[in-house]
Design a binder for this molecule. Structure first.
Ligand code: NAG
Ligand code: NAG
Length: 341
């Protein structure tokens, strides 16, 4: 098929220098199938938009201009300049979703999953994705006020938001079409029909649930943070390792409350089209999950917050088990440090 051959060729070309960001947000129906009209990040550039390039959507911290490559500063902004305002670009509307709705955030792996040999010293789970949520985003929001600060019960940092999920960047299925072993295996295991959006690739996703208490008629802000560090002592260019954090900032238009709160307990439809399916293990985890909204009261003490922040920039050698998919468990051994914000 000419289209898929072209898509593959394009994927190979863009592979050379490509990064990841949230390309699309979609509500997930109770059976695990994407439903409704997709939404997009603030100030989104579609890949087909004029002026699009990787740099129009990629946001890296610390910035490439910082001489200390492991240093995150309290002044570092969480959102890219083009994503500071709660505004959408033409053709890239905001997602509409009810409070409590399960949502898939999709991004491309760009070889970060399927060509691990390209970048030595990277974590085996291909980095960790954190998704934070808040009804009280700040203009000029700072990375370190959120990342490593907010926690799942809403009591971390200044208490304005919550950590909605922590997932592996590698969702266990996603791939770009290339000749690497991982991609070839996944092309067989997770076959799908090439479509206009993804071409022959299968995008990665992280599945979250909006808090059931997110106020209807208002915007709920999501921060996607991908922690993609290089371990010290592996790459001679970075003897002390390298901190690499990428973010995408998004708002969701909250409309009503999820009709059936038990909905995510329903059966995930087996054998469904992978072009529009949630990740079963992540989706199951959402079942019955009660996500608190941020606490309106007292922030945590400043010293506790900054102590927590300090750990973000430091390496911790920990034996950590991460579940990559329902049937694969990867153990990150002690020689593979991982960041524990
Ligand atoms: C670079 O930043 C890290 C993390 O903040 C710090 O521990 C280290 O001392 C800094 N290195 C230099 C050479 O300033
Ligand atoms: C899942 O549910 C949605 C919405 O009710 C429906 O459109 C879709 O066809 C279902 N998917 C499967 C695989 O049954």
């Amino acid at each position: 098929m000419l289209f898929s051959a072209l898509a593959t060729l394009l994927a190979i070309i863009t592979n050379a220098k490509a990064h990841s960001w949230v390309e699309q947000l979609t509500v997930i129906a109770p059976n695990g199938t994407f439903t409704g009209t997709p939404g997009y990040a603030r100030g989104n550039y579609l890949r087909t938009a004029s002026g699009f390039s990787d740099t129009t959507m990629t946001y890296l911290l610390p910035p490439g201009t910082r001489s200390n490559v492991t240093q995150l500063l309290p002044s570092d902004k969480l959102c890219k300049d083009t994503q500071q305002e709660k505004s959408q670009s033409d053709g890239s509307p905001r997602l509409q979703a009810s409070a409590g709705a399960p949502i898939a955030l999709r991004y491309q792996e760009n070889g970060h999953v399927t060509l691990p040999q390209n970048q030595p010293g990277k974590p085996k789970n291909r980095g960790t994705v954190y998704v934070y949520g808040t009804t009280q985003p700040k203009g000029g929001e700072k990375l370190l006020d959120v990342y490593g600060a907010w926690n799942s019960d809403g009591t971390g940092g200044d208490g304005r938001g919550v950590l909605l999920t922590t997932q592996n960047f590698d969702d266990g299925r996603c791939y770009q079409v290339n000749g690497g072993d991982i991609s070839e295996r996944r092309q067989k295991d997770y076959t799908h029909e090439a479509n206009q959006l993804m071409g022959a690739d299968l995008w990665c996703q992280v599945d979250i649930q909006l808090p059931t208490t997110a106020p209807s008629g208002k915007l709920y802000t999501l921060y996607w943070v991908w922690d993609w560090p290089t371990a010290p002592g592996v790459d001679p260019t970075y003897p002390h390792g390298k901190t690499e954090v990428y973010t995408t900032c998004m708002d969701v238009d909250v409309q009503g409350t999820f009709a059936n709160k038990q909905a995510t307990d329903d059966e995930y439809a087996e054998e469904q089209d992978l072009n529009s399916a949630a990740i079963p293990s992540e989706f199951d985890d959402l079942s019955g999950q009660e996500t608190p909204v941020e606490s309106s009261s007292s922030p945590a003490t400043t010293s506790a917050a900054s102590a927590k922040k300090a750990t973000v920039t430091a390496w911790h050698t920990v034996g950590k088990t991460v579940t990559v998919s329902q049937d694969t468990t990867v153990t990150v051994d002690a020689s593979q440090p991982s960041l524990t914000p």
